[in-house]
Each structure stands twice: as structure tokens, then as C-alpha cells.
Design a protein around this ligand. Structure first.
Ligand code: CO
Length: 460
């Protein structure tokens, strides 16, 4: 019998985030939810990542309400979210009580699969979220942030996968956020992991460099079980490869694909219209849809290149671009080869620019780099250059344990502080994650409700 390959549809989260800065409001995709639900996906990635932040910041949506509505409209398909380990949906580490309650509530509100990653691949930062996911009865997808460096060997990745399995991972995800994994590398890495554990493997990549279709194909040959794709109008460029194209090619090669073509055609027709609206208003830029091979040459993710350029432009120092570009991998090496993903990519990029503009390395250091050297982000893949670490920290001793162990619980105190402004634990969680945004949202909701009450009384 033909081997089955399953699909995760990313249009609601990663494709939305990568192409249009997560600006898709609920009403824009609501008409397609029942179709996605019937299409036969392994899961629909629809929450987490930047969706939470953007719902509150730009769309005036309660992210929890969005999740409940998606759940109701899609009773048959697993819902999937992306969670940044101890960072949850933010950019720094949270106390454990917040991480646990957040995961519990995400599952209660309808989440089935939680994909959990850490920017440094430090499993200490994944443990609490993984356990909470298992305890809540959801699928914990233990994730590797993929990168290349002298210390990122297959043996190291396999070791990490075994630890993830021990923590209760139901599936393993290889997350190639920069789209730099080539087909042979995919074949070798998937084979190595398949040899080591008997868990389903999901490969996640981006079309940025144009490698993705080839990479998926070789990963499937090596036995990958699940691939992440986006419906064609929201595919390509910084997003994922197209769902329909992958399904077509895999069927031709004799693999079993459960997708319903009528459903994907309907989705494609619909999302074409949505995409065109975002092209028209300038949210979707042509360069996001294009293939960009620069990151293969420079080994620096595409997003970092544009950040470097805009930083130098602001400082009137565009002539230093080549120098800053050359400095970037050196800073990364000094910092112990972190995978370049939020927030490490920003930290390394900013430091490289500083080093070049100051004409002296590590003369000025951001507070994030200092915290990083102190160990607040976790254990680095290789040790930080000892001399540089000493120069940055002075007499301060770096942490050896888990940073979150030093953080005081936050949930109960926040609940008390918010009083009746928070109607639920979900409100409390939104506030802890994004205090300013959530406060504004909760105040406005309260004002609206009070207006409704006045109106009712007048009528009566
Ligand atoms: Co992604």
C-alpha cells in the first residue's frame, strides 16, 4: 500500500504572518473555515506565533475569542499553534505559573497540537510547556530550530530529539524558519532522526530561497510523515510551498494524500481574492513573494539582511554594509552559534552593526546581549567566547541553572491587580503577555458593555 503523507495548512498563521504581517482579520477567513475543515488536513495551524500580539495590537480582536470561533467552525480538524517555549508568545522568559496556565487555557479553548520551540534549542526552556501540554491532553510537538554551524551536527539534533521524546513529545518538528535546508540535508537529517526514534516527523520550511519543494520531496523519500504547506495564493516567497502543488507531485510519485481537491480548489479561489486586496493596499509586497537566494550565500536569514540595511540607513552608514555583513557570522560565533530566529537574530544583527560603527568590538552592548551573556536566554549551543563574555559581564557571574527558576509567580498577583476588568483567566493571561495592549482592549470592552447597559435601561 502507498505510504501516506499528511499536510498542515498554514494559511491562517505562518503564511498570514510571513506574507502580510499577520494582518488577516477573522472575518476575512471565516467563510473558508468549514471548507478547510472538510479538506482532510492533518492540522490547521491557526494560532500562536504573532497572531496573539497582532489581534490585540492591530485588529481589535480578542485572540481567545478568535480561537473559540475557529474551534466551533472546524470541529473535525486538529487546530495547531506555535509556542515559543518559556517565551510563550513574547520575547523574554515568563514564570512557570504563566506558562502552565497559558497552555492549559489554550487547550481548553480548543487547541489540539502545540508546537513548542526554543531559539537556542535549550530543552530546559521547553520542559514546562511540554509537560503542561501533555497534562492538558494535547499533542506536544517537540521542535528543533534548524540551523547550520560547526556545532549543529546530526548527532546533536538526534540527542535533542531523544530528550524531547522523554519529555512526552507525540511528534517531532524540524523547523527551518529561514528556508536554508537543502534536499540532501533534509534526506540525511530525517533519516538520522527516523533511525533514532519512532515518532512521526513534521518538516516545516519556507520557500524563501526556492529550495522548499525539493527539500520536502527528499524529506518524504526519507520517511517524513507531515509537511507544512500553504494554499497556493498564500504560498511561495517567505511563506510555505503550495499545498496543491505538493499534493499533485506526491500523488504522481505514488504517495497517498488525503486532501480533497474540491475543497482546496474552493480555498484557492477564495484566498486569491483576499490576497489581491492585500496587494492593492500595499500590505503584501512583491519582495515577500519572490525567491531570494542571498541567505544561501551569506548564511544570514533574509529578514536579517533587510534589518541590517535599514539600521545602517538610519545611521547614514550604508557604506558599511559589507563590513556589517561580514561581522554578523563572527558575532554569532562569539555568542556560541545561536540559531538565527526571533529574538537572537535581532540581537546578533544589532551587535554586528554596533561593532562596525564603533570601530571597536563590543564597546557598546545592548541590554539583551548582556542578559544573553548572563544566561537568561538559556544554554548556548557552543560556549560563548570566554574573553568576550568577561568583557561584557565584568565581575558578574553567569547563571548556570534555568532563568525562569528565578522568576516569581505572576498569575495570582495579576488577577488581584486587574479586579473586575478581567472577566476570565484568559483576560489575565492576555494582560501578562501584553500588558499595555490588553489593558487598552479590556478598558474598551468594559466601556462598550457599560454603554449597552445604559441603552437597555433607557429602553426599559
Ligand atoms: Co515558519
Amino acid at each position: 500500500m502507498a505510504r501516506k503523507v499528511q499536510f498542515v495548512e498554514t494559511v491562517l498563521r505562518d503564511a498570514n504572518q510571513s506574507l502580510i504581517a499577520t494582518r488577516l482579520p477573522y472575518e476575512k477567513f471565516e467563510p473558508m473555515l468549514s471548507t478547510i475543515d472538510k479538506a482532510g488536513y492533518y492540522a490547521a495551524e491557526c494560532w500562536g506565533g504573532a497572531t496573539f500580539d497582532v489581534c490585540l495590537r492591530y485588529l481589535n480582536e480578542d485572540p481567545w475569542e478568535r480561537l473559540r470561533k475557529i474551534r466551533k467552525a472546524m470541529p473535525n480538524t486538529k487546530l495547531q499553534m506555535l509556542l515559543r517555549g518559556q517565551n510563550v508568545l513574547g520575547y523574554s522568559h515568563y514564570p512557570d505559573d504563566f506558562v502552565k496556565l497559558f497552555v492549559k487555557k489554550a487547550v481548553e479553548n480548543g487547541m489540539d497540537v502545540i508546537r513548542i520551540f526554543d531559539a537556542l534549542n535549550d530543552v530546559k526552556n521547553l520542559k514546562v510547556a511540554m509537560e503542561a501540554t501533555v497534562n492538558a491532553g494535547a499533542i506536544a510537538s517537540g521542535t528543533i530550530s534548524y540551523t547550520t554551524s560547526p556545532v549543529h551536527t546530526h548527532a546533536k539534533y538526534v540527542e535533542m530529539v531523544k530528550e524531547l521524546k522523554e519529555m512526552g513529545a507525540t511528534t517531532i518538528c524540524i523547523k527551518d524558519m529561514a528556508g536554508i535546508m537543502g534536499p540532501q540535508e533534509a534526506y540525511d537529517m530525517v533519516s538520522a532522526i527516523k533511525d533514532a526514534v519512532d515518532l512521526p516527523i513534521d518538516l516545516h520550511t519556507h520557500s524563501t530561497t526556492g529550495l522548499a519543494f525539493m527539500t520536502y520531496l527528499k524529506a518524504v523519500e526519507a520517511g517524513v510523515d507531515i509537511i507544512d504547506t500553504a494554499i497556493s495564493p498564500f504560498s511561495g516567497g517567505t511563506s510555505q510551498p503550495a499545498t496543491e502543488t505538493m499534493a499533485y507531485a506526491l500523488r504522481q510519485l505514488g504517495y497517498e494524500v488525503d486532501l480533497d481537491d474540491e475543497c482546496t480548489t474552493k480555498m484557492s479561489d477564495y484566498f486569491k481574492g483576499v490576497r489581491d486586496e492585500f496587494v492593492k493596499d500595499g500590505t503584501l509586497m512583491p519582495k515577500s513573494m519572490a525567491t531570494d537566494t542571498q541567505c544561501l550565500t551569506y548564511q544570514v536569514p533574509g529578514g536579517m539582511l533587510s534589518n541590517l540595511l535599514s539600521q545602517l540607513k538610519q545611521m547614514n552608514a550604508l557604506d558599511k554594509f559589507e563590513e556589517a555583513l561580514a561581522e554578523t557570522p563572527k558575532v554569532r560565533a562569539d555568542m556560541g552559534y545561536p540559531p538565527l530566529v526571533t529574538p537572537t537574530s535581532q540581537m546578533v544583527g544589532v551587535q554586528a552593526v554596533r561593532n562596525v560603527l564603533d570601530g571597536q568590538r563590543y564597546k557598546t552592548v545592548s541590554k539583551e546581549i548582556k542578559a544573553y551573556c548572563r544566561g537568561e536566554y538559556g544554554t548556548t549551543p557552543a560556549p560563548i567566547d570566554a574573553e568576550i563574555q568577561k568583557q561584557i559581564l565584568g565581575d558578574e557571574q553567569p547563571l548556570t541553572g534555568r532563568y525562569a527558576d528565578s522568576l516569581a509567580p505572576v498569575v495570582e498577583a495579576t488577577r488581584e491587580k486587574l479586579g473586575d476588568l478581567a472577566k476570565s483567566d484568559e483576560d489575565v493571561l492576555s494582560y501578562i503577555a501584553f500588558p499595555n495592549l490588553a489593558e487598552k482592549f479590556l478598558e474598551e470592552r468594559k466601556a462598550k458593555e457599560e454603554n449597552v447597559v445604559t441603552y437597555t435601561i433607557t429602553e426599559a
